[in-house]
Design a binder for this molecule. Sequence first.
Ligand code: ATP
Ligand code: MG
Length: 372
Amino acid sequence: MTTTTVTTTVTATAPAGPVAPAVPLAAEQQRTAELEELIRRQPGRFRVLTGDRPTGRLHLGHYFGTLLNRVRLQELGVETFVVIADYQVITDRDVADRLGEHVENLLLDYLAVGIDPARSTVFTHSAIPALNQLLLPFLSLVSVAELGRNPTVKDEIAHSRQSSVSGLMYTYPVHQAADILFCKANLVPVGQDQLPHVEVTRTIARRFNDRYGTTTPVFPEPDALLSAAPSLLGTDGGKMSKSRANSVALSATADETARLIRGARTDVERHITYDPVGRPEVASLVLLAALCREADPHAIAAEIGDGGAAALKRVVTEAVNERLAPVRARRAAFAQDKGELRRILREGNERAGAVAEVTLQEVRAVMGAVYV
Ligand code: ATP
Ligand code: MG
């Protein structure tokens, strides 16, 4: 059997327009502050798309990185779509293990944190053919060299379980552009690792509009919306990720949570401070306690002072368990009715499918691809 490996040595001419630049985090945070103001004044101007890969249970990084923002936007009346990105599971592994179970768990996590299926459309992208068809014209708008430069893709390749890198790994940011643009979303509440992908989507939207442009642009150029925790670290000091065995799941029991946090990496200095640059692991734990208690991280660090890593972990464990107790109770209640979960997904898929059909027809019309 042969395996296709895409390399970045293939040269291709990039379509017109600047290559997606690496936007500094500070600039994105500034943009987030401006967006928050606009959302507060006119929530009806925005449409949200976000989502997650069904590769495991959602964790604290998701909760503070994006889930709380999704729920807040939903409550403000912003129309929201949430994609369960099932095709993207096979970007970094050969088979999508226990996919049905992961999809169900993702849905339970969503419901537990407050995503309301009556107001937010939850769907799986494999169930929406018209969304996936957008991938074809979109792929023509980016060069192979651009795909190879994406820093998040490079990081995921480094952590991949595969011996060679598939074409799907290189092209999934373009697939994500289809996820975002099928419903013409202009706001994407995400963690820091997603910033390069949102930039790819912006580039594709701009290039599509330029290439096939009518007087009104077909696609918006969406903005990323960051939270106060754009990249929460896991127990090993790397980005908390559901497939890297370093996360604290929202659905973990109080005891599991205590055990996981006890095993978290810290450093040798006894006095606890909040210094994200100099002491990233300690700072991430301090931040976690602060986020759970809605307190200032410096105040949390001062409270622990010379208590050292053991006291820090005790404070974090208590704060996390207290914060998640109602989420865990709601999750258990929703888990009682599997038929209801299937109904939610069926309805979400129907709603998303109808939206995708309209967008695809518009795309084909501006491309001149309507013949009958
Ligand atoms: P996987 O290991 O399968 O890639 P993941 O934990 O990275 O899983 P994703 O499904 O890739 O989760 O990401 C879903 C969303 O959650 C994205 O918007 C991503 O930016 C955000 N996110 C993921 N991990 C974190 C984190 N540690 N801190 C903040 N946001 C995060
Ligand atoms: Mg990820």
